[in-house]
Every structure is written in structure tokens, then in C-alpha cells.
Design a protein around this ligand. Structure first.
Ligand SMILES: [Zn+2]
Length: 342
């Protein structure tokens, strides 16, 4: 019998301190050359073991081989100049120095396929692999070539589709696209964002996820959240069209946020990765807190379609906090499993 409420994470886990400086985004590597290649593999093994010990059912690489969830993929594409940098406002929120699109986008070689194959060799559990979404990629660059967000996103979608097909062939069971930009640019999401995502998953047999969140606990996000008022209704703008899309699973932030949980009614029928762990706080949830979030979600998501998850990636947390949160996620899910079976 298939296990009910299989747990997973949004993707990233903290890196060991011998690989990169902990509790930091864009943390530089501490190793070089072959030592770095070996170190990343060892870190991936550790991340997998952490997930196994915590009882995570759908495992990931913990994103141990990437510096950043968007930039690392883009670094491997042709058409982007990382030396030519411009300061732009990311997600309408904070200034960042970003690379420039200087020519046609293409993917000359696979990006994460070797890493995925390595993870596949280490486990028989279902594997989820995260890629950046086309709209979020566009929002993390300065475009001096296409000069059109939709056109650039479409080109990224084609490159992502090539990568996704090879990840699937390498044994990945679920491919996730991270689209925090979907919580900001609603008109564009409905005009072309979801269409680009569907281009990215074209021809895939494996399951697909879109992850939409309110971000890590960095200052710019905390400040932004303060402007959103007592009810965060951003999901309402994009859910109707996502419900109609070919994406199988929607990954959302649901715990400690001001998202009215009844918005989940708008995506009824879809599988939902329900974020029941707050990644913007060091406080470890109790099992009962996790269970309460899942119980609320179950009013709008059928039990066989509910996947307990984290609100977002845990890369910036300390390892002990991340470990505690994974254990809480499992313990909370177990409470609900027992309730459902009695
Ligand atoms: Zn996220």
C-alpha cells in the first residue's frame, strides 16, 4: 500500500561548514578543483542521510552542489555574461548585482544530470529535483539582448525542458520549478508565466511541481511581508490558471504565514505540497503545530493528494535547526496519518 502523506522538503538543506560558510546565501566554496567535486558529492551523501534519518519519503540532493537556486543553473548557459553586471530590483523588492544576457540563450551541456545520476545511485526512494522557473530566472538578470521578458522566459523554458528530460532519464521521479516570482508579477504569470512553465515540462512523463513561496527569512523578504497586510492573498491571483495547467503538484508556504488557507480551494484536484515548516525562523515547530497546519489543509486537499513539506528551502538555517524541523515535520505528519487511519 502506498504511504499516505509522504513528506519532502522544498529542496535545499544547509551545507556542511567544510564545504561552504554556513547560514549564508551565495556562500563561497571552501574547496577547489577535484577536492570541491569530491566535497560536493560527500555533502550530497550527508544530506541524503539526514533526510533518511528524519524519515523524509521523497528525497532531494539538498542542493549541495549549487551556490544559489537560480544563478548556478544560469552559469551553465550560453548567452549570459557573468562579468558584465548590472544592478536591478529583484522581485520588485531588493537591489542585486546580476549578470547580463548578451546573446541567444542555449544550453551547451547538461547542468545537474551527473549529480542526479549520483543521487539515484545512492537511494531507491523517490527523488525530487529542483530547477529555477523561467520567470524567476528572467527576474534575476539584466537583459541586453532580447529586451523582452516573455521572449527571454520562453528561451529559458526551452533550455529547462532539455535539462528536465535528461534528469528524468537519469531517474528523477519529480521535477520541481521554483517560481517565487509568481507571487509578485500576477499579470505576467497569467499572460505568459504559466505558459512558459508548461513549455519547460513538455513531453515529460515524470511528475512536475511548481514551488511558490514568500522566500527565505532574509531582511528584504521580512520587510516585504510587513507591507502585505494581515491577509496574504497573492496565491489567489494565480491559482485559477494553475488549477487548469498541466503542472501536477503545487508547493506552497502555509505555516506561520498570513495566507488564508481556504485559498487552497482554488486548486482543488491538484496535488499540494503543504509548507508546514517556517524556514524564516529558528524556532523549531512542535509536532502538534505541524499537525494543525496539515489538518487545516486537509479541508481543501484530499488526503491522497497532500504532501507535507517545508515552506521553502532550508539552506540559510543552521544544521541543527534544519534537523529539528525535519523531525518535527515527520512527527506532525505521523499524528495526522494516525488520525486518518482511525
Ligand atoms: Zn521557496
Amino acid at each position: 500500500m502506498k504511504k499516505i502523506l509522504p513528506i519532502s522538503t522544498a529542496g535545499s538543506l544547509p551545507k556542511p561548514s567544510w564545504l561552504a560558510e554556513p547560514e549564508k546565501l551565495w556562500s563561497p566554496w571552501k574547496l577547489q578543483d577535484q577536492a570541491l567535486i569530491d566535497g560536493k558529492k560527500d555533502a550530497l551523501r550527508v544530506a541524503l542521510q539526514e533526510q533518511n534519518l528524519a524519515g523524509v519519503d521523497i528525497v532531494s540532493d539538498g542542493e549541495q552542489t549549487r551556490q544559489h537556486f537560480v544563478t548556478t543553473f544560469i552559469e551553465h548557459l550560453d548567452g549570459v555574461d557573468f562579468e558584465k553586471r548590472k544592478t536591478v530590483k529583484i522581485r520588485d523588492r531588493y537591489d542585486a548585482s546580476v549578470p547580463t544576457v548578451v546573446g541567444p540563450i542555449s544550453r551547451p551541456h547538461p547542468v545537474f544530470v551527473e549529480d542526479a545520476r549520483f543521487l539515484r545511485e545512492q537511494t531507491d526512494q523517490p527523488i525530487k529535483w529542483a530547477l529555477p522557473g523561467p520567470m524567476t530566472m528572467v527576474d534575476t538578470l539584466y537583459d541586453d539582448h532580447y529586451k523582452n521578458r516573455k521572449t527571454l522566459a520562453w528561451e529559458f523554458a526551452k533550455a529547462l525542458n532539455q535539462e528536465a528530460k535528461e534528469l528524468e532519464a537519469a531517474g528523477v521521479d519529480i521535477i520541481q520549478f521554483d517560481e517565487p516570482a509568481f507571487n509578485v508579477f500576477f499579470d505576467e504569470v497569467n499572460e505568459w508565466g504559466i505558459a512558459c512553465l508548461e513549455r519547460a515540462i513538455e513531453g515529460l512523463q515524470c511528475e512536475t511541481v511548481v514551488h511558490i513561496c514568500y522566500g527565505y527569512g532574509i531582511q528584504a523578504n521580512t520587510d516585504w511581508k510587513k507591507t502585505l497586510g494581515s491577509e496574504w492573498r497573492q496565491y489567489e491571483e494565480v491559482f485559477p490558471k494553475l488549477q487548469q495547467s498541466n503542472i501536477d503538484i503545487i508547493s506552497l508556504e502555509c505555516h506561520n504565514s498570513q495566507v488564508p488557507i481556504e485559498l487552497l480551494e482554488l486548486i482543488r484536484g491538484k496535488k499540494v505540497m503543504v509548507g508546514a515548516i517556517d524556514v524564516a525562523s529558528d524556532t523549531i515547530e512542535t509536532a502538534e503545530e505541524v499537525a494543525a497546519t496539515l489538518r487545516e489543509a486537509l479541508k481543501y486537499v484530499d488526503a491522497d493528494k497532500l504532501y507535507p513539506c517545508t515552506n521553502c528551502g532550508m539552506a540559510p538555517l543552521s544544521r541543527s535547526v534544519a534537523r529539528g524541523k525535519l523531525n518535527a515535520l515527520q512527527a506532525g505528519a505521523e499524528i495526522i496519518r494516525k488520525e486518518l487511519s482511525s
